[in-house]
Design a protein. Structure first.
Length: 369
C-alpha cells in the first residue's frame, strides 16, 4: 500500500489543529513528516497538538526549507494566513505536490485565476477545504432540494456566525493577513476589509452547492463596528438574487460580544451558528449544523424526511467521506476529483469581493455570468 508523506505549511488557519492531531491516524497509510510556520509560538503550539509523535516530525520556521528537506513528500496542506496561500501554492506546484489548501484560497481574484490556470494540465490533485460539504445535515439538505422536496425554490437564508478575533484567532483582525492588503470598507473609513465577510465563505459556497444556482447580484450592508478596537468589519448583511430569480439573505457576522462574558460556553451565549432556511413552492427546509437537524415543513406538517444527526461528521480520518480521505481517494483514482475544488472557492471569493464593492459604492453589484 502506498504510504503518503504529508507536510503542513503554516499553522495560522483555525482548522489546522484538526489536521495536526488527525491527518495521519494510527494504522493508516499516511505519515506527517514536517510542519512549518514562521511564528515560533504557533509552531510550538502545533508541536504540542501533535503530542507523542512530535519527535518523529521535522519542524521548520520557513516552508521553503521544509520543501527542500522533504523532496520525497507527496502532498502539502496549506494552512497559513490567507495572504500567504498564493505564494505557497505556487511553490507547491513547482515542486509537483498534491495540494490541499485551506480557505480562503486568496481574496485577490487575479491570484485565484492564476491558480486555476496553473491547475489546468497539472498532473497532481488540488483540493480546497470547504468542510460543510461533509456535514450530514447539509448533504441531506442538498439531496432534498435537488429531489424537489420543497418544489420550485423561492428564497434562501443562511447565517454563518463565529467567535470574533478578539478571543479566537487574533490574526483574523489584521487586514493585511486576512484580506491580503489594507483596503478601507468605505471611502474615508477607518475600518478595513478582511473581517467577518472574508472569514465566512461558507454561505456562498453552500448556497451554490445545495441549490445549484449561481449568484447574480450582491447588495451588502454594514453599520458601525460593535468592537471599536477591531480594524476589520465585525458584522454584515448581504442580500441579492440567484439565477432563476431566487432571493437570498446571508448573515456572515461575528458573534455578539461573547468575548466580554466572563463565563462562556460553546453555544451560550450564542457564539457559533450555521443555519440554513430555504423556502419553496411546496414547503420550507431547515438545516442547522449545531442543532443537528434537517427537515422539511409542508403546508400542514413536518415531512417524514426529518433527519436528526447524532454524530459529528468525519473530518480528517481514513474514510472517503472525510475531508482528507476524500482528497486521498481522488489521488488514488477512486473518485474522479475531490469534492471541493479551486473553482468552488473562487466562486465564493467573487461574491465576497462583490459584497465589499457594494459597501464601497453603496449600491448593488451585478455579477457576470
Amino acid at each position: 500500500m502506498k504510504q503518503y508523506k504529508i507536510m503542513i505549511a503554516g499553522a495560522a488557519n483555525p482548522h489546522i489543529p484538526q489536521y495536526l492531531r488527525g491527518c495521519a491516524p494510527a494504522g493508516s497509510n499516511r505519515q506527517l513528516v514536517a510542519v512549518s510556520d514562521p511564528d515560533p509560538q504557533r509552531l510550538a503550539a502545533a508541536r504540542d497538538l501533535v503530542g507523542a509523535g512530535a519527535d518523529a516530525v521535522a519542524w521548520y520556521g520557513d516552508y521553503h526549507a521544509m520543501f527542500d528537506a522533504h523532496a520525497d513528500a507527496d502532498m502539502v496542506i496549506i494552512g497559513s494566513d490567507n495572504r500567504d496561500h498564493f505564494a505557497m501554492f505556487c511553490e507547491a506546484v513547482r515542486r509537483k505536490l498534491h495540494i490541499f489548501t485551506m480557505k480562503v484560497i486568496s481574496m485577490d481574484e487575479d491570484e485565484c485565476r492564476e491558480m486555476l490556470a496553473m491547475q489546468a494540465g497539472y498532473d497532481r490533485v488540488i483540493a480546497t477545504e470547504l468542510e460543510l460539504h461533509f456535514h450530514p445535515q447539509f448533504i441531506q439538505a442538498r439531496d432534498m432540494v435537488r429531489a424537489g422536496a420543497i418544489g420550485e425554490l423561492q428564497s434562501v437564508y443562511l447565517s454563518n456566525i463565529s467567535q470574533s478575533p478578539c478571543n479566537y484567532y487574533p490574526n483574523w483582525g489584521t487586514p493585511e493577513l486576512s484580506y491580503g492588503k489594507r483596503v478601507a470598507l468605505r471611502p474615508g473609513a477607518t475600518v478595513f476589509r478582511g473581517g467577518a465577510i472574508t472569514d465566512h465563505p461558507h454561505p456562498y459556497d453552500l448556497i451554490r452547492w445545495i441549490t445549484g444556482r449561481e449568484f447574480r447580484s450582491v447588495k451588502a450592508m454594514s453599520a458601525t463596528n460593535q468592537r471599536s478596537a477591531l480594524e476589520v468589519e465585525d458584522h454584515a448583511a448581504i442580500t441579492g438574487e440567484l439565477s432563476g430569480g431566487v432571493k437570498y439573505f446571508v448573515n456572515p457576522s461575528y458573534s455578539n460580544l461573547e468575548e466580554q462574558v466572563s463565563a462562556r460556553r460553546l453555544l451560550w451565549p450564542k457564539s457559533l451558528e450555521c443555519n440554513l432556511k430555504i423556502t419553496g413552492s411546496k414547503g420550507y427546509l431547515s438545516a442547522d449544523f449545531f442543532d443537528r437537524h434537517c427537515y422539511v415543513v409542508g403546508k400542514n406538517c413536518v415531512s417524514p424526511d426529518r433527519l436528526i444527526v447524532e454524530l459529528a461528521p468525519r473530518y480528517w480520518g481514513g474514510a472517503d467521506d472525510s475531508r482528507l480521505g476524500n482528497f486521498i481517494a481522488a489521488i488514488e483514482g477512486r473518485r474522479a476529483a475531490p469534492e471541493c475544488s479551486l473553482a468552488d472557492s473562487y466562486a465564493a471569493v467573487r461574491v465576497m469581493n462583490a459584497a465589499y464593492e457594494s459597501l464601497w459604492h453603496d449600491r448593488e453589484i451585478i455579477l457576470d455570468v
